[in-house]
Design a protein around this ligand. Structure first.
Ligand code: ADP
Ligand code: ZN
Length: 218
């Protein structure tokens, strides 16, 4: 088996993080930890966290740092992540989260932070046709003759338009990305952990760029 890896992936909404994470997680045999998927599951299951975050998520806002840090701390301390590593998708999203994560992972620090770079006008196009499986989280691109209802080919779940993929919520998330998450790029750059990956191209091309970057570092 390949050696594991401890990775964070950054990039605008629609940059292709979800698609690349599924592949990277198979390639390095590490769990894909998506905080968006975890929160959406919590909302669906009506847990205490789910009830607390639903409105924030639907409007495209950011969930509080302490909630997020607690959620991730619990997840990365499970056996699979302790032994193999992980690919973290959607976290950290603020410098406060990144600092908290460094503090909780001093014994097993991050290997690499990948920044998937795609311009804003291109991600806006991609997001308008994005659909997601409610159950397994796989992303799809809606064809012109979109099937309704649409059943996921992997798990049989419903493929739907995300509640926060409306133009207003998308723009809000992109603005928050610039203001809150872009400073992370500087934070990880200054500490020598950042690698920029050109996210424009086919999923295969981008995947090759990402794995080469990780292999060069791990
Ligand atoms: P996207 O990248 O398209 O915004 P995600 O699936 O990563 O989607 O996240 C969906 C929503 O979940 C975010 O808009 C935010 O409300 C919440 N969320 C996920 N991760 C975090 C985080 N690390 N900090 C704060 N909020 C988060
Ligand atoms: Zn599915």
């Amino acid at each position: 088996m390949t050696s594991g890896a401890r990775l964070v992936i950054l990039g605008r909404q629609g940059a292709g993080k979800g698609t690349q994470c599924v592949r990277l997680s198979r390639h390095f045999v590490v769990p894909h930890i998506s905080t968006g998927d975890m929160l959406r599951a919590a909302v669906r299951e009506d847990t205490e966290v789910g009830v607390a975050v639903k409105e924030i998520m639907d409007s495209g806002g950011l969930v509080g740092d302490s909630t997020m840090v607690a959620l991730v701390r619990k997840r990365v301390n499970l056996d699979d992540a302790r032994t193999r590593g992980y690919i973290l998708d959607g976290f950290p999203r603020t410098v406060v989260q990144a600092q908290a994560f460094d503090e909780m992972s001093t014994d097993q620090p991050l290997d690499v932070v990948l920044d998937l770079v795609v311009p804003r006008d291109l991600v806006l196009q991609r997001l308008s046709s994005r659909r997601v499986c409610r159950d397994c989280g796989t992303n799809f691109t809606a064809p012109a003759d979109e099937p309704r209802p649409w059943t996921c080919e992997n798990c049989g779940g419903d493929v739907v338009h995300r509640a926060d993929d409306t133009p207003d919520a998308i723009n809000r998330r992109l603005d928050l990305y610039e203001s809150q998450t872009a400073p992370l790029i500087e934070f990880y750059g200054l500490t020598g952990r950042l690698v920029e990956i050109d996210g424009v191209g086919s999923p295969d091309e981008v995947f090759l760029r990402a794995t080469s970057a990780v292999d060069a570092r791990c």
